[in-house]
Design a protein around this ligand. Structure first.
Ligand code: GDP
Length: 325
């Protein structure tokens, strides 16, 4: 079964990794958010893309979920001593990725070419695509003014109250080569348990999918826009469990935007885009309300603490999709 997954960083990477364990390379494409990308210390950094690739390659730090395992921090310590900005941690092995990517971009290679080469070098067999080769920048609109995403997320530790989001460049950015084909040929699109506001929405925007809250539950927006989604099953896995995030600011963002954070809120957020929704057994009581949004529902354990959890959730998602086809 051919699946195209949409993913941000840590949460998305975990399910993508599970799917990669059970699907052959030709059956899984992962389209990754690049709205978090930024330039720092003269380097072009793609946090979500790197998290997904490191995770699939088995190179990710198992404690943090981002960065590299067995990392050393000599460059960072020396940069700090020289007075360089030190709010964004870059390990020595990770730095090699950013240095080489920056060099290749300056030479004129595209982000998708570079990602393909890096995946090959790291032994990642499934296809990982950035959502676009052109820059898209997520801006967090806060009560303290507009902040570029990493400034909000890392430097300001998500403290400023959120008022909204902008994805600069998203309306003119072309979907990266291969994304359109991956969406059209997939039997199912899986929206991984990533932050809906800042990890998935930028991808949906670049692929020209209307963001949902105000849309009626049907008809489904099929085959429209730059991305041209084929007809098929579209399933999201909730990143919110028991009203809370496993990690990161998604729940805080829902609250600050006046929406009670819950799996139901996530399902409503994607709305008519979805034909199915996967949520945690902690949230079983919301099942009927989510069904009422005109989508099929799978209730299961969605907390991925081990490789087994990732594979278990991935195979349940695949079975859920099979039942729907
Ligand atoms: P980031 O860019 O690294 O913040 O990555 P993502 O947007 O992909 O991931 C953040 C989201 O993943 C948060 O909303 C978390 O609640 C969610 N998440 C992380 N781990 C898990 C997990 O094991 N299960 C589920 N269901 N969600 C998770």
């Amino acid at each position: 079964m051919r699946i195209t997954a949409l993913a941000g960083g840590v949460g998305g990477a975990k399910l993508a990794h599970g799917l990669a364990q059970i699907l052959p390379p030709e059956d899984l494409t992962i389209i990754v958010n690049t709205g978090d990308d930024f330039e720092h210390l003269g380097l072009y950094i793609c946090p979500d893309l790197d998290t997904v690739c490191y995770t699939l390659a088995g190179l990710a730090n198992p404690q943090t979920g981002w960065g590299r395992a067995n990392e050393t921090w000599n460059a960072m310590a020396n940069l700090k001593r020289l007075g360089a900005p030190d709010w964004f941690n870059l390990g020595d092995s990770d730095l090699a990725t950013h240095i080489e990517r920056t060099r290749r971009l300056k030479e004129g290679q595209t982000l998708s070419q570079i990602t393909r080469d890096f995946c090959k070098a790291w032994g990642v067999k499934h296809t990982v695509l950035p959502m676009s080769d052109q820059p898209v920048r997520t801006i967090v609109e806060t009560e303290e003014g507009d902040l570029p995403f990493q400034e909000y997320f890392v430097h300001r530790k998500c403290e400023p109250r959120v008022k909204g989001f902008r994805f600069e460049g998203a309306d003119v950015a072309e979907p990266a080569p291969g994304t359109r084909e991956a969406l059209q040929s997939a039997e199912a699109v899986v929206i991984c348990p990533s932050n809906p506001w800042v990890s998935i929405d930028p991808i949906l925007r670049v692929l020209s999918l209307t963001l949902s809250p105000l849309r009626p539950p049907s008809p489904l927006p099929l085959g429209e826009g730059k991305g041209g989604w084929g007809e098929g099953v579209r399933v999201a896995v909730s990143p919110i469990i028991g009203g809370q995030t496993v990690k990161g600011p998604a729940a805080k963002m829902f609250s600050e935007l006046g929406i009670e954070p819950s799996a139901l809120a996530v399902a409503k957020h994607y709305g008519a885009l979805l034909t199915g929704f996967v949520m945690d057994e902690t949230d079983a009581q919301l099942r009927e309300e989510v069904r009422g949004l005109n989508m099929r529902v799978l209730v299961t354990n969605t907390l991925m603490q081990s490789l087994d959890d990732r594979m278990q959730l991935a195979s349940e998602v695949v079975n859920f999709i099979r039942e729907a086809i």
